[in-house]
Design a binder for this molecule. Structure first.
Ligand SMILES: [Mg+2]
Length: 111
């Protein structure tokens, strides 16, 4: 199953819309960022890992970050998909990339 950003945004809008604010979600995002840092430190050996699958743990904490990032966009009714495509298009042009995200998606959909 693929997760579509628009659907994730609609789901998180239902979950958080109307009762929470971006400051609360942002603080949760920062907390999750700290958890990503902790796992990365464990992977680098600079912090002790207690019998954990660190690759899986990294995925879990990154998923938590994505959750709060998309939730902040959702409660602000931002069209994150359109913004990401626009931003990538500008960056791809600026840094002379061979292909941008929109073209990449279109190419994949042809195959
Ligand atoms: Mg977490």
């Amino acid at each position: 199953m693929n997760i579509n950003i628009d659907v994730l945004q609609a789901y998180l809008h239902e979950r958080y819309g109307g009762w929470t604010n971006e400051q609360g979600l942002f603080l949760k995002l920062v907390e999750e960022l700290g958890e990503v840092a902790e796992v990365i430190n464990m992977r680098a050996g600079s912090k002790r890992a207690k019998d954990m699958d660190l690759a899986h743990e990294l995925g879990v904490e990154l998923a938590d970050m994505i959750h709060y990032i998309v939730a902040i966009a959702a409660i602000n009714d931002l069209d994150l998909t359109a913004i990401m495509l626009e931003k990538d298009k500008k960056a791809s042009a600026k840094y002379h990339h061979d292909i941008n995200l929109e073209a990449f998606i279109a190419k994949r959909e042809q195959n």
